[in-house]
Design a binder for this molecule. Sequence first.
Ligand code: CUA
Length: 319
Amino acid sequence: MAEDEHAAHETIERYERIWVGFSLILIVIFVSLVFYAVSMHGTHIGHAEPRQDPQQILAMEEFANPGVVQTGENTWQVNMVAQAFSFTPGEIELPAGAEVTFRMTSRDVIHGFQIRGTGINVELIPGDVSSLTYTFRRPGEHLIICNQYCGIAHQNMLGRIVVTDPDAQVAEADEPAASAPEEEDWRAAAERSFNAQCAACHQRDGSGMPGAFPPLAGHIPELVAAGGGREYLINVVLYGLAGVIEVDGVSYSGMMPGMGRLSDAETAAVLNHALHAWGNEGALPEGFEPVTAEEVAQQREQGLGPADVLEQRQALGLD
Ligand code: CUA
């Protein structure tokens, strides 16, 4: 009897030793993998740079004029500002094989910056610059998604990276440029601007979201038809709009953020897309001329606020 018990104890102890040994080996494997990732793949844990005044960061040249710049023969830098609910620039074109440095910050709240099909996934924090370097090996398209809940249209906060074949680009450049009609140029450019800056809330088809973001399709011509609607529209984009409005019997109490950071030309472009797309063009008054950058510059001089713009809307007598 005592013999049996002793043997049983021996067996249990042997299993325990095996398991303890196995756990130790696992720990050694994990720690080695961490060292391997750090030394061979440049993986690193986010480091805490001192936070700065967000306005100071946004005033830096690279963020005052976000975009893609070539910094060397095969190196590029992407300067990006995120805001609810878009990335600026929203569409990025880069050659495959180039070393790309991303420098990014947020204008308002914490956003995510995740590039599908890559390991890139960083937080964009107001008052902080997130930077990373990456090389896209193959031509193709990547979706940029915001994976931090940042507000009601968070799920629409998307961007796009188009990785081009550098060899194909050279071949294209050799061909004589096809002269596209100028008309098509401004429409295509206006659509791109709108999709990058406005579509997250108002949707690419201008249908908005009932109760959250008013529709622009069908509604914009009504505003133009009301006297003074043209200036009002420019002001909404420049200064935003705060307060309760009603469109097609649906009440909207949201807050349209002022887009004053857009250039005069880009402000005119997003407006012209909303004015001419989705069948709105046909409902415009006869002889309607597209909004110009000069008009935007004029309205910008007024220095209004979102509440002033609401008053202007009420003066149109629509509600
Ligand atoms: Cu930005 Cu979610």
